[in-house]
Design a protein around this ligand. Structure first.
Ligand code: NAP
Length: 299
């Protein structure tokens, strides 16, 4: 069994920042992620509100986070955490590459895309239905694109897609967006972004091979080559079910990122927090590493 002081589960901004702080504080630290470092950063085309950074890509920021963590001595492994338990004061985490024993665990497993659940959504995934503008947007140059959702992701990605598509139509269930005002202003100023507000998207239709049109709750039928769905996130917290206290799947923490289990901390999108940004995730990671440091010192 491999022995570490601190195990970080998840290598998005929260996990990588936690690993940096933990390793820099002199702790033997490993961070694991089945998909490798970056987390949701890898799906963000452009980030312009990370402090001290001019506009940058999510990929570039992920690389910088990773380099910083490894420069302080953190190990990063492509492996999946499968179960976690506390035994005689230590945590034993079973991973796809064997067991890891650690004094503390920082859980930063992030969140995944929520699906809309409408007719045709599953059938046309990869045939025009997508959850990632950076990954699939370039396939729809000059085409008519629908974006569903009204949060920061929907607005950011509608702006990105408007540079590629002929038109982008945002379909949102309410008449107001919840995304940042600065993003709303940019969306309203774009000539090729149209709005369908106060309506749900109820059906995605195609010819069996590709998306052709989308039906809205008021009966409107929109011609469309692609439907990008950005309706929020689901926390990747299944591993902690029955281990720590959760609220609608989000891990409950206090301001020090402590969960209901001493020595187990949670950081980033997976925890209960009112604001999910790269900067808040990174801040959570730093706070969790600091709290883990205090916890280990008091063992
Ligand atoms: P979000 O803020 O939860 O927004 C989800 C949107 O989808 C909401 O507008 C919601 O509508 C809508 N929605 C949810 N379920 C739906 C359903 N079943 N049918 C139709 N619409 C549905 O999620 P997000 O935009 O992915 O953002 C996640 C977090 O990442 C946020 O904290 C956000 O601030 C952050 N983020 C930041 C940036 C940035 O800083 N540039 C970029 C991307 C994301 P209602 O509004 O009616 O609830």
């Amino acid at each position: 069994m491999a022995d570490y002081d601190i195990l970080v589960i998840g290598c998005g901004p929260a996990g990588l920042c936690a690993a940096s702080y933990a390793a820099r504080a002199g702790y033997r630290t490993i961070a694991v992620d089945s998909l490798g470092p970056g987390g949701q950063l890898l799906f963000i085309d452009e980030i312009e509100n990370y402090p001290g950074q001019a506009s940058t890509s999510g990929y570039a920021l992920a690389e910088a986070f990773e380099k910083q963590a490894t420069s302080f001595g953190a190990e990063i492994a492509f492996s999946e955490a499968k179960s976690i338990k506390k035994e005689n004061g230590s945590f034993i985490t079973e991973t796809s590459d064997g067991e890891i024993r650690s004094k503390a665990v920082i859980f930063a497993a992030g969140a995944r895309h929520r699906h809309l659940g409408c007719t045709g959504e599953e059938e046309y995934q990869g045939k025009g239905v997508s959850y990632c503008a950076t990954c699939d947007g370039p396939f729809f140059r000059g085409k008519d694109i629908i974006v569903v959702g009204g949060g920061d992701t929907a607005l950011t990605d509608a702006l990105y897609l408007s540079k590629l598509g002929r038109t982008v139509t945002i379909v949102h269930r309410r008449t107001e967006f919840r995304g940042q005002k600065a993003l709303q202003d940019r969306v309203f100023a774009k000539d090729n972004i149209k709005l369908q507000l106060g309506k749900n998207l109820t059906e995605i239709r195609g010819d069996g091979k590709l998306v052709k049109e989308a039906v809205l709750s008021d009966g409107t039928v929109l011609q469309a080559d692609a439907v990008f769905i950005f309706v929020g996130i689901i926390p990747n917290s299944e591993l902690l079910e029955g281990v720590a206290e959760l609220d609608h799947g989000f891990v409950i923490t206090d301001g020090k990122m402590e969960t209901s289990v001493p020595g187990l901390f949670a950081a980033g999108d997976v925890r209960t927090t009112p604001f999910r940004q790269v900067v808040t995730a990174a801040g959570d990671g730093a706070a969790a590493a600091h709290a883990a440091d205090e916890y280990i010192q008091n063992l």
